[in-house]
Write a protein that binds this ligand. Structure first.
Ligand SMILES: [Zn+2]
Length: 265
């Protein structure tokens, strides 16, 4: 069994305020320690449950949150291109999401957002609003890899279940307002139990598959944000339709990597 772990920081236990993830602060350093600790809980459980190869990606804000030397050496850190290669070569059996948050516009979701929190109002795949988790699950689904675990706040876990009913979840905290949350007790135990459960049953958790071609649609908060992205994509020679002032759309017939499903300028 080969396992891939995608990490984010917002859904990690012990991170309870937006201030905790401002880079360059002491709180942020503590948040990174909590991220590393939680990732190690998951990796240790993967090892205990017979995982052969374990890979992880430092996904929050383009990376730089996790120090490799603090992570169980049984797991290998990869970048986004290496991840795509592993998917293409069929080297991943199941995908885990650690540190998840709910999609932009979720009441009760701690730090709810979808990709860039300052820019993206809504992101849709095949006409359905997606979260970062459902986006990644859909990408994995293109390679028949199931997304089997969500570690995050209660709203993120509830939402993950709405996309993938069989997914296992570990709710480690609960949002009290958008920028604050409260930790729930026994995070370590909850995370380890859900991870073990997900791995034992991964063959029975179906991949989250969208039908091809996939329509990808992105709405920003403001027109000038879409102006800028649209111009950059056209300059790159990409075929993108401007649906309205704030919305771009494209149709994808074949998915080979993460960027195929993004508007990456
Ligand atoms: Zn993040």
């Amino acid at each position: 069994m080969n396992v891939f772990i995608m990490t984010d920081i917002e859904g990690i236990p012990g991170i309870t305020s937006i201030d905790d993830i401002q880079r360059g602060t002491e709180s942020y350093d503590n948040a990174c320690c909590m991220l590393e600790k939680t990732l190690n809980w998951v990796i240790d459980t993967c090892v205990e449950n017979g995982a052969e190869n374990i890979y992880y990606l430092d996904g929050h804000g383009g990376g730089g949150n996790i120090k490799e030397e603090n992570i169980n050496p049984r797991a290998v850190k990869v970048n986004i291109e290496e991840w795509a290669k592993l998917l293409q070569e069929g080297k991943i059996d199941c995908h885990l999401e650690v540190g998840s948050h709910a999609r932009a516009g979720t009441l009760g979701g701690f730090l709810d957002h979808t990709f860039n929190s300052k820019v993206i109002f809504e992101y849709m795949l095949n006409g359905k609003p997606c979260s970062e988790l459902s986006f990644t699950a859909a990408l994995c689904g293109c390679f028949d890899v199931p997304c089997v675990l969500c570690v995050g706040d209660k709203a993120a876990c509830r939402q993950a279940k709405a996309y993938i009913p069989a997914i296992r979840t570990a709710a480690v905290k609960q949002g009290t307002e958008r920028n604050r949350c409260q930790d729930l007790p026994n995070a370590e135990q909850i995370v380890k139990e859900a991870t073990a459960d997900a791995l034992k049953d991964y063959r029975n958790i179906p991949p989250y598959k969208l039908s091809l071609p996939i329509t990808v649609q992105q709405t920003t908060y403001r027109t000038d944000m879409t102006d800028r992205i649209y111009a950059a994509l056209l300059e790159k020679g990409q075929t993108v339709e401007r649906v309205d002032a704030r919305t771009l759309r494209k149709t994808v017939t074949e998915v080979t990597n993460y960027f195929d499903l993004r508007f990456w300028a």
